[in-house]
Design a binder for this molecule. Sequence first.
Ligand code: ARG
Length: 549
Amino acid sequence: MKEIKNKLAEELQKRLEVEVDENDIELPEPEHGDFAYPVMKAASKNGANPRKLAEEVEEQFENLEFIEETSVAGPGYLNIHLNREVYAEKISEQIESSRMGINRKEEEVLLEFSSPNIAKPMHIGHVRNNCLGDSLQRILKFSGYNVTSENYIGDWGAQFGKSIFAFKKYGSEEELDRNPMDHIYNLYVKFHEEAENDPEMVEKAAEWSKRLEDGDEEAKRLWKKLREFTIEYDMREYERMGIEFDRITGESKVVEKGDEIVERGIEKNIFDKDPDGSIYAEFEDEDLPSIIVRKSDGTTLYITRDIANIEKRESEGFDQNLYIVGSEQELHFQQLFKITEKFGITDLENEHISYGMLNLEEGGMSSREGNIITLSDLLDMAVKEAEKRIEDEERLENAEKIGLGAVKYANLKVSRRKDIEFNWDNVLSFEGDSGPYLQYSNTRAKSIMEKADTEGEFMGEFNETEYRLLKKIGEFPEKVENAAEQREPVKVANYLSTLCEAFNTFYHECPVLDVEEKDTKRRLKLVELFVEVTDTGLELLGIESLEKM
Ligand code: ARG
């Protein structure tokens, strides 16, 4: 618990007369105490004997209200046992206060995530992005940052000329109105199949790209349709996943600004002209390849629009500019941030929050050979798999929440840079480190509360199992803040998993009902705090908690 750790650091600092960082305060094995401080560090700074110094300091710690007992061990460890009653009150006070006592931050944060391209359904590659982005937006908001989440749709670029051309060649207006996503996507695939043997197809598609750039009416009408039906389609998926954005923008909104950036970059010698007419950026001092920002036909590129967009976000007053995008775009973001630095756009801090791949275990599920697995396919599969594992027929309606919770947890329980191998038995296990396990532990606690006809209250003495659970509960707010700082929802995910383990041990060892009143009250209070923390924790992962399971 941060408050106590801070207080301890402060007291240690006073007595040791050296700076004490709260991160140096360790969590020892429970039998040694609640906290331990290696006095060796301070001793080496002022040349004292560490063990002796530790003993001196120990004496001065005796009459602090929140400390029960101290001892010195080893070469100079100061072990600290807190007064459990005082500690318990502090923890429950914090957990029950608004936003769990976490302070507001002054920073304005722009968090961009998902950002799919139009004219295609979101696929398995977007699953991890959506899970990470949504959880991070919840964690940052809970940690007191002013967050604006943005979905920056990929709605501009030469590839849409292909979709439009393919539609013109093989498509039908009725089909487009009836079932636009399937229709356009199938035509796109067909286009690529035929283009393999017929290079003229690519040229014709390029003509439509040009028409679109030049503002041709028909090209624009169709592009608008592509954009609208895709956003409509994607919004349904976000709704299913419980994801909300504060705003939806897109590459098309910064095309003009991008043109203007190129002109300015040439003037400022940030960009150079190639003999073929294209414009590019070079990075002499860094080990980065050069990149084109405007093609010889005058059209700008993906990176050009990103430059323009950073300038826009800076002018909107954001302090932090965060992108959740897969690791395959690391080079892109290095180049992008270097270029904006050269433009002097430095009022905001940019960060590419990179993540690894999500792989499906071989064989298991690539049902549509050679085809993409869409996001909705994956969610449907998860729900079906969840149904298979639900024994009680009356609880089948839980399958949607369990299936989605399982997918989300599997995406969040691994630190984001690592790849993930997806295996349904692990993902949906009710026992292992999984979403259903967390949901299940949470409902278990809720059912105790339902059966009890009284309210919890701390009284009597904690046994070791209870005390361990209490301490775990107290760690929650700090874990959330760490997760926010490191952009790692895995911190919350892993914490919840160990918390649930501590709870399940408690559940088996410490009956709450039909025991002495003070034991019932004390244990019930622990159960209530556990429910509060797991309800909130699941929410921060974007996972719905259930009433019964
Ligand atoms: N639309 C891009 C894609 O699907 C991702 C965009 C990432 N965001 C950005 N600002 N570049 O690959």
